[in-house]
Design a protein around this ligand. Structure first.
Ligand code: HMG
Ligand code: MG
Length: 286
């Protein structure tokens, strides 16, 4: 059995996109460098979205151009459309991510189009990425629960996950956007997704509003998932998912999965320094 767990660090993007106060670009850059120093091999640095929608990420290109790139580390960025993709490539993002939703209402609120329209919008991004040799990750937001529609049927998550795989995503990250998921609803969702997307192409992206994200990680491990998104300090949330808390905290995931016999390659002392740093920045900016 594979005892290696990969953590995809979300703090600079999912974490800082939701901060009301202005976080200086230089501090975002220092945060990313501390995270790569802690042994995190995958870091979602920023997003190339409309600055009118998410002003917190307006400095995406400056952040990517300021970081100290460590070899072997993936520096990822969200790209909802071709405009974002071209900007991400110009800023030398290592890989990009497209993001859809298993709930129609959230799709409209978050990216201003239906689920079907979003797939059409993603296709040219996939074509351009393939031509440029850039890997694309795909998100399924609202995989178990929607802030506007409530419980989301597992088949809806499975349907979008399969479509994202079919258009060429190398990995599908299943988002419990609101953090209302429980081991039971996550297990039901995974039971629907696994027949159409194999476990080694899945990641769990669990927000921790309900305090069950670590248990959701554990039930996902039991289903064969070995990649988890997490944010240092538990920062974050989505501006279009009101009330949702941050991603499960990276250090707590490291503790939980290592206690279960998995390895992560993350150095907890350095990670603690990153957490202390960004919490101080966020607190003083508030
Ligand atoms: P739209 O208004 O339908 O787009 O927004 P449009 O193509 O009609 O363009 C309108 C304007 O936006 C134009 O500017 C474009 O240039 C600009 P104007 O002429 O009005 O000055 N624009 C852009 N600017 C910069 N970068 C771009 C871009 N695209 C258009 N890429 C759009 C559609 C998708 C752009 C918008 O809805 C948007 O930016 N949404 C992003 C929302 C977002 O970032 N949400 C948070 C991330 S998702 C998340 O947190 C969930 C996740 O963590 C998983 C989970 O937890 O479930 C991933
Ligand atoms: Mg998220």
């Amino acid at each position: 059995m594979n005892k290696q767990v990969t953590l995809f660090e979300m703090g600079p993007r999912d974490g800082l996109q939701n901060e009301k106060a202005h976080i200086p670009t230089a501090d975002k850059i220092a945060f990313v460098d501390l995270l790569s120093g802690a042994g995190l091999q995958k870091i979602e640095v920023t997003s190339f979205v409309s600055p009118k929608w998410v002003p917190q990420m307006a400095d995406a290109a400056a952040v990517l151009s300021g970081i100290n790139r460590r070899s072997g580390v993936t520096y990822a960025a969200l790209t909802p459309n071709l405009q974002g993709f071209h900007a991400a490539v110009a800023a030398k993002a290592t890989e990009v991510a497209i993001f859809g939703s298993a709930s129609e209402t959230f799709s409209q609120k978050n990216i201003n189009c239906s689920i079907a329209q979003s797939i059409e919008r993603f296709k040219p991004v996939m074509d351009a990425a393939q031509a440029a040799g850039i890997r694309v990750r795909g998100y399924v937001s609202c995989a178990v629960h929607c802030p506007y529609e409530g419980a989301v049927p597992p088949e809806n998550a499975a349907s979008l996950a399969k479509q994202l795989l079919d258009i060429g995503c190398y990995e599908i990250s299943l988002g419990d956007t609101t953090g209302q998921g429980t081991p039971s609803t996550i297990a039901s969702m995974l039971a629907a997704v696994l027949p159409v997307v194999p476990a080694d192409k899945l990641a769990g992206h669990y927000h921790d509003t309900g305090g069950q994200a670590l248990d959701n990680v554990e039930v996902s491990l039991q289903h064969g998932v070995r990649t988890f998104d997490a944010a240092t300090g538990g920062l974050g949330g989505c501006p279009y998912a009101p009330g949702a808390k941050g991603n499960v905290a990276t250090a707590t995931v490291v503790h939980r999965v290592e206690s279960l016999g998995y390895t992560t390659g993350v150095d907890l002392d350095t990670l603690q320094r990153a957490e202390t740093f960004i919490k101080h920045i966020v607190d003083t900016a508030a």
